[in-house]
Design a binder for this molecule. Sequence first.
Ligand code: ADP
Ligand code: ADP
Ligand code: ADP
Length: 213
Amino acid sequence: MRLVLVGPPGAGKGTQAEFIAAHLAVPKISTGDIFRANVSQGTPLGVEAKRYMDAGQLVPDEVTINMVRDRLAEPDAADGFLLDGFPRTVPQAAALDKLLADMGSALDLVLELVVDDDEVIRRLSGRRTCRGCGKIWHVEFDPTSREGICDRCGAELFQRDDDKAETIANRLVEYASKTAPLVDYYGAQGKLVGIDATGPVEDVTVRAIDALR
Ligand code: ADP
Ligand code: ADP
Ligand code: ADP
């Protein structure tokens, strides 16, 4: 299955992507994760991306699209994938459609995680990520993460640079102006399914998997 997850920053895309990708046995491709890996390795792509990420802005389409094109050409994505955090603009969505059409395929479904702004801010302000295994935690909702240690692998948790109040506000503005239009774009293609992404993580996973059938 070729699936895209959309939703505002903090909606739970990364959290759900892990479960959904495992369920479908497809690779999870997160552009945010690829950018962060490049930032921490100090690659030229990382140096360029960091300027935008720190400001809460989107990395330019051309850079992002080329990166995704390379990633989708890898053999593990040949029979399906779950895209988390891409596309995020209408030009990215159009480029993805074209890229897939050139390979004789197309997206099957776009799953929208619906959460209101207040909840998104609560989720982002408390987000912690494991330096070892990448597992996503929350200081309030996962009490063990308050110790700053990953419950799964024992490594240290950190707060993302862009999860500071001011950057969060910019990201929500970027979302509203550049990413929210994707709802109409995919709605017009008849590919969009929205689910309520509030409530316990496991409940959201059940709704997501139901929506795939
Ligand atoms: P979140 O889902 O919490 O917003 P991500 O990890 O998906 O976070 O993205 C972090 C940052 O990486 C974004 O704010 C943006 O700067 C950059 N980024 C990720 N995906 C894209 C994309 N498809 N297009 C442009 N920038 C992106
Ligand atoms: P995986 O290695 O399993 O694909 P990630 O999705 O986190 O895990 O990717 C991180 C690695 O992928 C980084 O080392 C990053 O440099 C590399 N990478 C993937 N695609 C590209 C690309 N188009 N340009 C530069 N680096 C890329
Ligand atoms: P996104 O990838 O959309 O930015 P994440 O998956 O990183 O979102 O989730 C953002 C924060 O919200 C994380 O701290 C995560 O632990 C938390 N979170 C995710 N899903 C839920 C949920 N259903 N209820 C409460 N907190 C959640």
